[in-house]
Design a binder for this molecule. Structure first.
Ligand SMILES: [Zn+2]
Length: 246
């Protein structure tokens, strides 16, 4: 049972709305608003649905910091919370990111982290590492491209059509301009090569090409593990930074 003060997520709001809709047959005497209130009380001990919405807004606001402009640490948007259009834009994007995190179990890294990974663990290892390091360097570069592509799909509410990393890599390998020689052979052997899916010169998954593997496939699980392996050196530096700061 959720406590009165537990943060309300977008998924909670959706759950209550669905329950209220389903309760139409069991409580035909109630209006839709009354059913929403009843479900908010039943699931979250809220006085009414409006209170649940307020708690959801507070949860969203808890991610937003003001440093010149407003910035959301969750969906990584810089915006003005004083501007109605901007606020709406953030709300919609935030919901998309909440929905994606719930379904995918992770979110793509924000722009700065992607750039850091590409430079410090990608190109650095690609140009100066041994065979194993060069492989991880190439995968780090591909992952930074992948995360940008996934972020774009999430903000356009089409993450469900975006492939997992294992499906994306063969297309990235086929398109790559930074791979060559033995490393290209090695990655082709390991992951395959799938040309003509991603547009030449681009790294974003095309909006009109649905993925073949679903997000609950075994490959999606393998992808999550691979992602953590690629990110491990970067995440280690982040925990060092956190330790130094605390
Ligand atoms: Zn946000």
């Amino acid at each position: 049972m959720s406590t009165y003060t537990s943060p309300i997520t977008w998924a909670d709001i959706v759950r209550v709305k669905k329950a209220a809709k389903a309760a139409k047959s069991t409580h035909p005497e109630l209006t839709h608003t009354q059913r929403l209130d009843a479900m908010a009380q039943q699931y979250f001990r809220a006085r009414h649905f409006h209170e649940l919405q307020k708690r959801y807004e507070a949860q969203v606001a808890s991610h937003v910091e003001l440093n010149g402009a407003h910035y959301c640490r969750f969906c990584h948007l810089t915006f003005s919370d004083y501007d109605a259009d901007d606020r709406k834009l953030h709300r919609e994007r935030h919901q998309c990111f909440e929905e994606a995190q719930l379904a995918l179990g992770f979110l793509p890294l924000p722009f700065k982290a992607r750039e850091d990974i590409k430079r410090d663990f990608g190109y650095e290892h690609l140009h100066h590492g041994d065979t194993a390091a060069r492989r991880m360097g190439a995968l780090a570069i591909i992952l930074s491209h992948y995360d940008r592509s996934l972020e774009s799909a999430i903000k356009n509410a089409r993450w469900h059509k975006h492939p997992c990393l294992v499906e994306y890599i063969p297309c990235a390998v086929a398109n790559s301009t930074f791979l060559g020689g033995e490393l290209l052979q090695q990655l082709t052997q390991e992951f395959g090569r799938r040309p003509d899916i991603i547009v030449a010169g681009h790294t974003d998954w095309p909006a009109d090409v649905p993925s073949q593997l679903s997000w609950d496939s075994a490959e999606a699980s393998v992808s999550k593990q691979l992602r953590l392996t690629i990110l491990a050196p970067y995440l280690a530096t982040q925990s060092e930074v956190t330790a130094q700061e605390s």
